[in-house]
Design a protein around this ligand. Sequence first.
Ligand SMILES: Cc1ncc(COP(=O)(O)O)c(C=O)c1O
Length: 472
Amino acid sequence: MYHAAMNGTFGIHIDRGARQALSAQIADGIREAIRDGRLAPGARLPSWNDLAAQLGVARGTVRTAYEELADGQFVIPSGAAGTRVARRLPLGRPEPEPARTRAPFGGFPKGATAALPFQVGVPAADLFPAALWTRLLGQAARDTAAAPADYPDPRGEPALRAAIAGYLAMARGFACHPSQVFVTHGYAGALSTILRVLPVQGADAWFEEPGYPFARTALGWAGVRPVPVPVDADGLDVQAARLRAPHAAIALVTPGQQAPLGATMSLERRVALIEWAHAGERWIIEDDYLGELQLTRRAAPALASMDPHRVIHIGTFSKTIAPGLRMGYLVVPEVLVPAVQEVTGTLEPAPPPVIQQAVTGFIQQGHYLRHLRRMKRAYASRRDAVSLALDDAGLAWENGGLSLRIALPDGANDAALARAAHAAELAPVPLSPWYAGASARSGLLLGVTNVPEQQARALVERLAAVLRGATG
Ligand SMILES: Cc1ncc(COP(=O)(O)O)c(C=O)c1O
Protein backbone atom coordinates (compact mmCIF):
# COMPACT_ATOMS: atom_id res chain seq x y z
CA MET A 1 0.00 0.00 0.00
CA TYR A 2 1.36 3.40 -0.97
CA HIS A 3 0.28 6.52 0.91
CA ALA A 4 0.83 9.57 -1.17
CA ALA A 5 2.09 12.60 0.67
CA MET A 6 -0.64 15.22 1.27
CA ASN A 7 1.43 17.80 -0.50
CA GLY A 8 0.56 18.06 -4.15
CA THR A 9 -1.56 14.96 -4.21
CA PHE A 10 -4.59 16.25 -2.20
CA GLY A 11 -4.41 13.35 0.20
CA ILE A 12 -5.11 10.73 -2.47
CA HIS A 13 -4.71 7.23 -1.11
CA ILE A 14 -4.00 4.53 -3.59
CA ASP A 15 -3.99 0.89 -2.77
CA ARG A 16 -2.26 -1.35 -5.24
CA GLY A 17 -3.81 -4.43 -3.69
CA ALA A 18 -7.34 -3.14 -4.20
CA ARG A 19 -9.58 -4.48 -6.96
CA GLN A 20 -10.50 -0.97 -8.03
CA ALA A 21 -8.37 0.30 -10.92
CA LEU A 22 -5.67 2.82 -9.96
CA SER A 23 -7.17 5.43 -12.27
CA ALA A 24 -10.55 5.06 -10.55
CA GLN A 25 -8.89 5.40 -7.13
CA ILE A 26 -7.19 8.60 -8.26
CA ALA A 27 -10.43 9.97 -9.70
CA ASP A 28 -12.25 9.15 -6.42
CA GLY A 29 -9.55 10.91 -4.40
CA ILE A 30 -9.73 14.06 -6.52
CA ARG A 31 -13.55 14.06 -6.47
CA GLU A 32 -13.46 13.88 -2.70
CA ALA A 33 -10.93 16.73 -2.53
CA ILE A 34 -13.19 18.84 -4.77
CA ARG A 35 -16.31 18.02 -2.73
CA ASP A 36 -14.80 18.91 0.60
CA GLY A 37 -13.13 22.06 -0.67
CA ARG A 38 -9.46 21.02 -0.55
CA LEU A 39 -9.50 21.71 -4.27
CA ALA A 40 -11.27 25.01 -4.94
CA PRO A 41 -13.48 25.72 -7.98
CA GLY A 42 -11.24 26.88 -10.82
CA ALA A 43 -8.07 25.45 -9.22
CA ARG A 44 -5.55 24.01 -11.62
CA LEU A 45 -4.71 20.31 -11.30
CA PRO A 46 -1.11 19.10 -11.64
CA SER A 47 -0.10 17.90 -15.11
CA TRP A 48 -0.45 14.18 -15.88
CA ASN A 49 3.33 13.83 -15.62
CA ASP A 50 3.66 15.59 -12.29
CA LEU A 51 0.89 13.74 -10.54
CA ALA A 52 2.00 10.43 -12.05
CA ALA A 53 5.49 10.99 -10.70
CA GLN A 54 4.25 11.93 -7.27
CA LEU A 55 1.93 8.95 -7.01
CA GLY A 56 4.35 6.54 -8.64
CA VAL A 57 1.93 5.52 -11.37
CA ALA A 58 2.04 5.64 -15.16
CA ARG A 59 1.16 8.91 -16.89
CA GLY A 60 -1.66 7.18 -18.76
CA THR A 61 -3.26 6.20 -15.45
CA VAL A 62 -3.54 9.84 -14.40
CA ARG A 63 -4.80 10.76 -17.83
CA THR A 64 -7.57 8.13 -17.56
CA ALA A 65 -8.52 9.49 -14.12
CA TYR A 66 -8.74 13.05 -15.47
CA GLU A 67 -10.89 11.88 -18.37
CA GLU A 68 -13.28 10.18 -15.98
CA LEU A 69 -13.51 13.40 -13.95
CA ALA A 70 -14.08 15.45 -17.11
CA ASP A 71 -16.88 13.08 -18.16
CA GLY A 72 -18.56 13.71 -14.81
CA GLN A 73 -18.05 17.48 -15.24
CA PHE A 74 -15.90 17.75 -12.13
CA VAL A 75 -12.97 19.14 -14.13
CA ILE A 76 -12.58 21.03 -17.39
CA PRO A 77 -9.68 20.13 -19.67
CA SER A 78 -8.31 23.41 -21.02
CA GLY A 79 -5.68 22.36 -23.55
CA ALA A 80 -2.31 23.93 -22.94
CA ALA A 81 -3.64 25.69 -19.83
CA GLY A 82 -3.96 22.27 -18.18
CA THR A 83 -6.96 20.88 -16.37
CA ARG A 84 -9.03 22.94 -13.95
CA VAL A 85 -11.65 22.16 -11.34
CA ALA A 86 -15.09 23.11 -12.70
CA ARG A 87 -16.50 26.38 -11.39
CA ARG A 88 -19.96 24.86 -10.93
CA LEU A 89 -19.93 21.38 -9.59
CA PRO A 90 -22.37 18.69 -10.62
CA LEU A 91 -24.81 18.02 -7.76
CA GLY A 92 -24.76 14.27 -7.97
CA ARG A 93 -28.04 13.39 -9.64
CA PRO A 94 -29.65 16.46 -11.19
CA GLU A 95 -32.64 17.79 -9.24
CA PRO A 96 -35.76 16.58 -11.02
CA GLU A 97 -38.09 19.26 -12.31
CA PRO A 98 -41.46 18.91 -10.53
CA ALA A 99 -43.85 17.08 -12.84
CA ARG A 100 -46.76 18.96 -14.28
CA THR A 101 -49.83 18.00 -12.25
CA ARG A 102 -53.54 18.59 -12.64
CA ALA A 103 -53.93 20.22 -9.27
CA PRO A 104 -52.10 23.23 -7.86
CA PHE A 105 -50.15 21.61 -5.07
CA GLY A 106 -49.59 23.71 -1.98
CA GLY A 107 -47.20 21.29 -0.33
CA PHE A 108 -47.53 18.10 1.68
CA PRO A 109 -49.98 19.09 4.43
CA LYS A 110 -48.45 17.34 7.41
CA GLY A 111 -46.55 14.21 8.14
CA ALA A 112 -46.99 12.13 11.24
CA THR A 113 -47.21 14.44 14.21
CA ALA A 114 -46.52 13.62 17.84
CA ALA A 115 -49.37 14.80 20.03
CA LEU A 116 -47.85 17.86 21.68
CA PRO A 117 -49.84 19.99 24.12
CA PHE A 118 -52.29 22.42 22.42
CA GLN A 119 -52.35 20.42 19.21
CA VAL A 120 -55.75 20.83 17.62
CA GLY A 121 -57.90 18.01 16.30
CA VAL A 122 -56.45 15.02 18.13
CA PRO A 123 -58.24 13.13 20.89
CA ALA A 124 -56.69 12.89 24.35
CA ALA A 125 -53.93 10.29 24.25
CA ASP A 126 -54.34 9.44 27.95
CA LEU A 127 -58.08 8.75 27.69
CA PHE A 128 -57.82 6.16 24.95
CA PRO A 129 -59.01 2.77 26.26
CA ALA A 130 -55.90 0.97 25.03
CA ALA A 131 -56.44 -2.37 26.81
CA LEU A 132 -60.02 -2.67 25.61
CA TRP A 133 -59.05 -1.67 22.08
CA THR A 134 -56.25 -4.25 22.04
CA ARG A 135 -58.74 -6.93 23.05
CA LEU A 136 -61.24 -5.92 20.34
CA LEU A 137 -58.53 -5.75 17.72
CA GLY A 138 -57.21 -9.16 18.75
CA GLN A 139 -60.67 -10.66 18.46
CA ALA A 140 -61.18 -9.00 15.06
CA ALA A 141 -57.78 -10.27 13.89
CA ARG A 142 -58.71 -13.84 14.83
CA ASP A 143 -62.13 -13.59 13.19
CA THR A 144 -60.87 -12.10 9.94
CA ALA A 145 -57.93 -14.52 9.76
CA ALA A 146 -60.40 -17.38 9.97
CA ALA A 147 -62.51 -15.97 7.12
CA PRO A 148 -61.80 -17.16 3.57
CA ALA A 149 -59.60 -14.93 1.43
CA ASP A 150 -62.01 -12.86 -0.60
CA TYR A 151 -62.57 -9.26 -1.53
CA PRO A 152 -64.47 -7.47 1.22
CA ASP A 153 -67.51 -5.31 0.52
CA PRO A 154 -66.10 -1.97 -0.77
CA ARG A 155 -69.02 -0.14 0.86
CA GLY A 156 -67.92 -1.36 4.29
CA GLU A 157 -68.79 -4.30 6.55
CA PRO A 158 -72.58 -4.66 6.83
CA ALA A 159 -72.48 -4.87 10.63
CA LEU A 160 -70.54 -1.62 10.88
CA ARG A 161 -72.81 0.20 8.44
CA ALA A 162 -75.77 -0.85 10.58
CA ALA A 163 -73.99 0.15 13.80
CA ILE A 164 -73.21 3.60 12.37
CA ALA A 165 -76.82 4.08 11.24
CA GLY A 166 -77.95 3.15 14.75
CA TYR A 167 -75.50 5.56 16.34
CA LEU A 168 -76.56 8.41 14.05
CA ALA A 169 -80.24 7.87 14.88
CA MET A 170 -79.54 7.90 18.59
CA ALA A 171 -76.80 10.49 18.98
CA ARG A 172 -77.19 12.77 15.97
CA GLY A 173 -80.97 12.64 15.59
CA PHE A 174 -80.53 11.46 12.03
CA ALA A 175 -82.48 8.48 10.70
CA CYS A 176 -80.96 6.71 7.71
CA HIS A 177 -80.85 3.19 6.32
CA PRO A 178 -77.58 1.23 6.51
CA SER A 179 -77.59 1.06 2.69
CA GLN A 180 -77.00 4.83 2.68
CA VAL A 181 -73.91 4.47 4.90
CA PHE A 182 -70.45 3.93 3.39
CA VAL A 183 -67.39 3.27 5.51
CA THR A 184 -64.51 5.44 4.33
CA HIS A 185 -60.90 6.32 5.00
CA GLY A 186 -61.84 9.13 7.36
CA TYR A 187 -63.36 12.41 6.33
CA ALA A 188 -60.71 12.66 3.64
CA GLY A 189 -61.84 9.43 1.97
CA ALA A 190 -65.51 10.41 2.24
CA LEU A 191 -64.95 13.82 0.68
CA SER A 192 -62.86 12.32 -2.08
CA THR A 193 -65.61 9.79 -2.84
CA ILE A 194 -68.48 12.26 -2.93
CA LEU A 195 -66.54 14.74 -5.05
CA ARG A 196 -66.15 12.02 -7.66
CA VAL A 197 -69.89 11.45 -7.63
CA LEU A 198 -71.45 14.92 -7.74
CA PRO A 199 -71.65 16.58 -11.16
CA VAL A 200 -70.07 19.81 -9.90
CA GLN A 201 -67.02 20.19 -12.15
CA GLY A 202 -66.61 23.85 -13.00
CA ALA A 203 -69.18 24.97 -10.42
CA ASP A 204 -68.81 27.38 -7.50
CA ALA A 205 -68.92 26.09 -3.93
CA TRP A 206 -69.81 28.04 -0.80
CA PHE A 207 -66.91 27.53 1.54
CA GLU A 208 -66.57 28.80 5.10
CA GLU A 209 -64.14 31.68 5.65
CA PRO A 210 -62.23 30.72 7.74
CA GLY A 211 -62.50 27.02 6.89
CA TYR A 212 -60.63 23.73 6.84
CA PRO A 213 -57.76 24.34 4.37
CA PHE A 214 -57.46 20.73 3.15
CA ALA A 215 -61.13 20.62 2.17
CA ARG A 216 -60.66 23.87 0.24
CA THR A 217 -57.74 22.31 -1.63
CA ALA A 218 -59.75 19.14 -2.29
CA LEU A 219 -62.59 21.15 -3.85
CA GLY A 220 -60.09 22.81 -6.16
CA TRP A 221 -58.72 19.43 -7.21
CA ALA A 222 -62.24 18.31 -8.08
CA GLY A 223 -62.56 21.26 -10.44
CA VAL A 224 -64.83 23.19 -8.07
CA ARG A 225 -64.16 26.85 -7.23
CA PRO A 226 -64.42 27.43 -3.47
CA VAL A 227 -65.92 30.87 -2.83
CA PRO A 228 -65.10 32.17 0.66
CA VAL A 229 -68.25 33.00 2.66
CA PRO A 230 -67.91 34.69 6.06
CA VAL A 231 -68.99 32.88 9.21
CA ASP A 232 -70.23 34.52 12.39
CA ALA A 233 -71.71 33.33 15.68
CA ASP A 234 -74.57 31.69 13.71
CA GLY A 235 -72.32 29.82 11.31
CA LEU A 236 -72.10 30.36 7.54
CA ASP A 237 -73.75 33.59 6.44
CA VAL A 238 -76.22 32.23 3.87
CA GLN A 239 -77.34 35.70 2.81
CA ALA A 240 -73.76 36.75 2.05
CA ALA A 241 -73.22 33.45 0.22
CA ARG A 242 -76.19 34.07 -2.08
CA LEU A 243 -74.70 37.43 -3.03
CA ARG A 244 -71.14 36.22 -3.48
CA ALA A 245 -71.83 33.06 -5.43
CA PRO A 246 -75.44 33.07 -6.64
CA HIS A 247 -74.89 30.13 -8.99
CA ALA A 248 -73.05 27.83 -6.58
CA ALA A 249 -73.93 24.14 -6.89
CA ILE A 250 -72.53 22.97 -3.60
CA ALA A 251 -71.97 24.18 -0.03
CA LEU A 252 -69.44 22.60 2.31
CA VAL A 253 -70.18 23.40 5.95
CA THR A 254 -69.32 22.40 9.52
CA PRO A 255 -72.68 23.21 11.15
CA GLY A 256 -72.16 21.25 14.38
CA GLN A 257 -69.06 23.20 15.39
CA GLN A 258 -67.60 25.49 12.80
CA ALA A 259 -63.99 24.65 12.01
CA PRO A 260 -62.05 26.42 13.43
CA LEU A 261 -64.14 29.08 15.24
CA GLY A 262 -66.53 26.66 16.94
CA ALA A 263 -69.93 28.31 16.32
CA THR A 264 -72.96 26.04 15.97
CA MET A 265 -75.06 26.95 12.95
CA SER A 266 -78.35 28.49 14.05
CA LEU A 267 -81.69 26.95 13.15
CA GLU A 268 -82.55 29.93 10.98
CA ARG A 269 -79.39 29.55 8.93
CA ARG A 270 -79.92 25.80 8.64
CA VAL A 271 -83.38 26.36 7.24
CA ALA A 272 -82.08 29.02 4.84
CA LEU A 273 -79.31 26.73 3.64
CA ILE A 274 -81.67 23.82 3.01
CA GLU A 275 -84.12 26.11 1.19
CA TRP A 276 -81.31 27.26 -1.05
CA ALA A 277 -80.37 23.66 -1.85
CA HIS A 278 -83.94 22.75 -2.74
CA ALA A 279 -84.31 25.64 -5.16
CA GLY A 280 -82.05 23.90 -7.68
CA GLU A 281 -79.80 20.93 -8.36
CA ARG A 282 -77.65 21.83 -5.33
CA TRP A 283 -75.92 19.82 -2.66
CA ILE A 284 -74.86 20.47 0.92
CA ILE A 285 -71.92 18.55 2.34
CA GLU A 286 -72.07 18.44 6.13
CA ASP A 287 -68.68 17.87 7.77
CA ASP A 288 -69.73 16.58 11.20
CA TYR A 289 -66.13 15.98 12.24
CA LEU A 290 -66.66 16.56 15.95
CA GLY A 291 -70.01 14.79 16.02
CA GLU A 292 -71.50 15.05 19.46
CA LEU A 293 -68.29 16.28 21.11
CA GLN A 294 -70.02 19.50 22.02
CA LEU A 295 -68.89 20.77 25.42
CA THR A 296 -71.16 23.66 26.26
CA ARG A 297 -74.57 22.09 25.67
CA ARG A 298 -76.27 19.12 24.16
CA ALA A 299 -74.99 18.73 20.62
CA ALA A 300 -77.37 20.07 17.98
CA PRO A 301 -78.74 17.32 15.71
CA ALA A 302 -76.97 16.75 12.42
CA LEU A 303 -78.03 19.06 9.59
CA ALA A 304 -78.80 15.91 7.61
CA SER A 305 -81.58 15.14 10.09
CA MET A 306 -83.52 18.10 8.67
CA ASP A 307 -83.37 16.98 5.09
CA PRO A 308 -83.07 13.49 3.61
CA HIS A 309 -82.68 14.67 0.02
CA ARG A 310 -79.98 17.29 -0.34
CA VAL A 311 -77.59 16.88 2.59
CA ILE A 312 -74.58 14.59 2.37
CA HIS A 313 -73.34 13.77 5.84
CA ILE A 314 -69.71 12.94 6.68
CA GLY A 315 -68.46 11.75 10.05
CA THR A 316 -65.06 10.58 11.21
CA PHE A 317 -63.65 8.39 13.99
CA SER A 318 -60.46 10.51 13.97
CA LYS A 319 -61.66 12.71 16.83
CA THR A 320 -63.89 10.26 18.67
CA ILE A 321 -61.63 7.18 18.70
CA ALA A 322 -58.23 7.75 17.06
CA PRO A 323 -56.92 9.43 13.88
CA GLY A 324 -54.71 6.40 13.31
CA LEU A 325 -57.73 4.28 12.39
CA ARG A 326 -58.20 6.37 9.22
CA MET A 327 -61.91 5.61 9.44
CA GLY A 328 -65.00 7.62 8.85
CA TYR A 329 -68.32 7.39 7.04
CA LEU A 330 -70.29 8.97 4.27
CA VAL A 331 -74.08 8.98 4.44
CA VAL A 332 -75.84 9.95 1.24
CA PRO A 333 -79.42 10.56 0.12
CA GLU A 334 -80.93 7.46 -1.44
CA VAL A 335 -80.73 8.85 -4.97
CA LEU A 336 -76.94 8.97 -4.72
CA VAL A 337 -76.49 5.41 -3.42
CA PRO A 338 -75.91 3.70 -6.80
CA ALA A 339 -73.28 6.23 -7.90
CA VAL A 340 -71.44 6.09 -4.58
CA GLN A 341 -71.44 2.29 -4.75
CA GLU A 342 -69.77 2.48 -8.10
CA VAL A 343 -67.06 4.85 -6.90
CA THR A 344 -66.29 2.84 -3.76
CA GLY A 345 -66.13 -0.34 -5.81
CA THR A 346 -63.78 1.23 -8.30
CA LEU A 347 -61.48 3.62 -6.47
CA GLU A 348 -62.40 4.18 -2.84
CA PRO A 349 -63.04 0.84 -1.13
CA ALA A 350 -63.60 0.78 2.63
CA PRO A 351 -60.65 0.26 5.02
CA PRO A 352 -59.52 -3.27 5.99
CA PRO A 353 -62.27 -5.40 7.59
CA VAL A 354 -60.12 -6.13 10.64
CA ILE A 355 -60.24 -2.49 11.74
CA GLN A 356 -63.90 -2.21 10.81
CA GLN A 357 -64.76 -5.23 12.94
CA ALA A 358 -62.94 -3.83 15.95
CA VAL A 359 -64.84 -0.55 15.60
CA THR A 360 -68.10 -2.48 15.21
CA GLY A 361 -67.44 -4.23 18.51
CA PHE A 362 -66.54 -0.91 20.13
CA ILE A 363 -69.88 0.58 19.09
CA GLN A 364 -72.09 -2.50 19.56
CA GLN A 365 -70.82 -3.26 23.05
CA GLY A 366 -71.59 0.28 24.25
CA HIS A 367 -67.98 1.41 24.62
CA TYR A 368 -68.26 4.15 22.03
CA LEU A 369 -70.98 6.15 23.78
CA ARG A 370 -69.27 5.62 27.13
CA HIS A 371 -65.96 6.80 25.72
CA LEU A 372 -67.61 9.89 24.20
CA ARG A 373 -69.22 10.77 27.52
CA ARG A 374 -65.91 10.35 29.31
CA MET A 375 -64.08 12.49 26.75
CA LYS A 376 -66.69 15.25 26.94
CA ARG A 377 -66.38 15.44 30.71
CA ALA A 378 -62.58 15.47 30.59
CA TYR A 379 -62.41 18.00 27.76
CA ALA A 380 -64.77 20.40 29.52
CA SER A 381 -62.65 20.32 32.61
CA ARG A 382 -59.40 20.67 30.59
CA ARG A 383 -60.85 23.62 28.73
CA ASP A 384 -61.78 25.31 32.02
CA ALA A 385 -58.27 24.77 33.36
CA VAL A 386 -56.63 26.19 30.22
CA SER A 387 -58.96 29.19 30.09
CA LEU A 388 -58.29 30.00 33.75
CA ALA A 389 -54.56 29.74 33.18
CA LEU A 390 -54.85 32.03 30.14
CA ASP A 391 -56.76 34.57 32.24
CA ASP A 392 -54.06 34.45 34.89
CA ALA A 393 -51.36 34.87 32.25
CA GLY A 394 -53.18 37.93 30.92
CA LEU A 395 -53.88 36.32 27.54
CA ALA A 396 -57.34 37.09 26.13
CA TRP A 397 -59.07 34.11 24.53
CA GLU A 398 -62.21 33.14 22.66
CA ASN A 399 -64.00 29.83 22.86
CA GLY A 400 -63.74 27.57 19.81
CA GLY A 401 -65.25 24.35 21.16
CA LEU A 402 -62.41 21.90 21.67
CA SER A 403 -59.94 24.71 21.16
CA LEU A 404 -59.42 28.17 22.58
CA ARG A 405 -58.28 31.00 20.40
CA ILE A 406 -55.80 33.73 21.22
CA ALA A 407 -56.44 36.68 18.93
CA LEU A 408 -53.34 38.48 17.66
CA PRO A 409 -53.17 41.90 16.01
CA ASP A 410 -54.06 41.63 12.31
CA GLY A 411 -50.94 41.05 10.26
CA ALA A 412 -49.05 39.45 13.19
CA ASN A 413 -47.08 36.49 11.92
CA ASP A 414 -49.00 33.71 13.66
CA ALA A 415 -47.21 31.00 11.66
CA ALA A 416 -43.83 32.22 12.99
CA LEU A 417 -45.22 32.29 16.53
CA ALA A 418 -46.50 28.73 16.13
CA ARG A 419 -43.04 27.68 14.96
CA ALA A 420 -41.44 29.36 17.96
CA ALA A 421 -43.89 27.55 20.23
CA HIS A 422 -43.07 24.28 18.51
CA ALA A 423 -39.43 24.74 19.47
CA ALA A 424 -40.73 24.82 23.07
CA GLU A 425 -42.60 21.55 22.42
CA LEU A 426 -46.03 23.16 22.19
CA ALA A 427 -48.22 22.84 19.13
CA PRO A 428 -50.67 25.74 18.81
CA VAL A 429 -52.03 26.09 15.27
CA PRO A 430 -51.86 29.41 13.40
CA LEU A 431 -55.28 30.78 12.44
CA SER A 432 -54.43 32.75 9.29
CA PRO A 433 -53.95 29.72 6.95
CA TRP A 434 -57.63 28.87 7.52
CA TYR A 435 -58.52 31.98 5.51
CA ALA A 436 -58.43 32.11 1.73
CA GLY A 437 -59.26 35.79 1.29
CA ALA A 438 -57.29 38.94 1.97
CA SER A 439 -58.92 39.62 5.33
CA ALA A 440 -57.19 36.82 7.22
CA ARG A 441 -57.27 37.19 10.98
CA SER A 442 -54.19 36.35 12.92
CA GLY A 443 -54.33 34.14 15.98
CA LEU A 444 -53.35 30.91 17.65
CA LEU A 445 -55.67 27.95 18.16
CA LEU A 446 -54.99 26.00 21.33
CA GLY A 447 -56.41 22.49 21.43
CA VAL A 448 -57.42 21.58 24.97
CA THR A 449 -57.83 17.83 24.57
CA ASN A 450 -54.22 16.99 25.38
CA VAL A 451 -53.74 19.38 28.28
CA PRO A 452 -54.46 17.60 31.58
CA GLU A 453 -55.73 20.05 34.21
CA GLN A 454 -52.71 19.80 36.47
CA GLN A 455 -50.37 20.74 33.59
CA ALA A 456 -52.47 23.58 32.18
CA ARG A 457 -50.85 26.36 34.19
CA ALA A 458 -47.26 25.37 33.44
CA LEU A 459 -47.98 24.84 29.74
CA VAL A 460 -49.81 28.16 29.39
CA GLU A 461 -46.96 29.93 31.17
CA ARG A 462 -44.49 28.31 28.77
CA LEU A 463 -46.59 29.50 25.84
CA ALA A 464 -46.88 33.00 27.31
CA ALA A 465 -43.08 33.12 27.63
CA VAL A 466 -42.70 32.15 23.96
CA LEU A 467 -45.15 34.90 22.94
CA ARG A 468 -43.40 37.50 25.10
CA GLY A 469 -40.02 36.42 23.68
CA ALA A 470 -41.24 36.62 20.10
CA THR A 471 -43.16 39.86 20.35
CA GLY A 472 -40.66 41.61 22.63
C1 LIG B 1 -62.75 20.43 9.75
C2 LIG B 1 -62.24 19.02 9.78
N1 LIG B 1 -62.92 18.06 9.14
C3 LIG B 1 -62.52 16.79 9.17
C4 LIG B 1 -61.37 16.40 9.83
C5 LIG B 1 -61.03 14.93 9.94
O1 LIG B 1 -60.40 14.41 8.89
P1 LIG B 1 -60.05 12.84 8.84
O2 LIG B 1 -61.26 12.04 9.16
O3 LIG B 1 -59.63 12.66 7.42
O4 LIG B 1 -58.96 12.58 9.83
C6 LIG B 1 -60.61 17.36 10.47
C7 LIG B 1 -59.37 16.98 11.13
O5 LIG B 1 -58.54 17.75 11.50
C8 LIG B 1 -61.06 18.71 10.45
O6 LIG B 1 -60.39 19.66 11.08
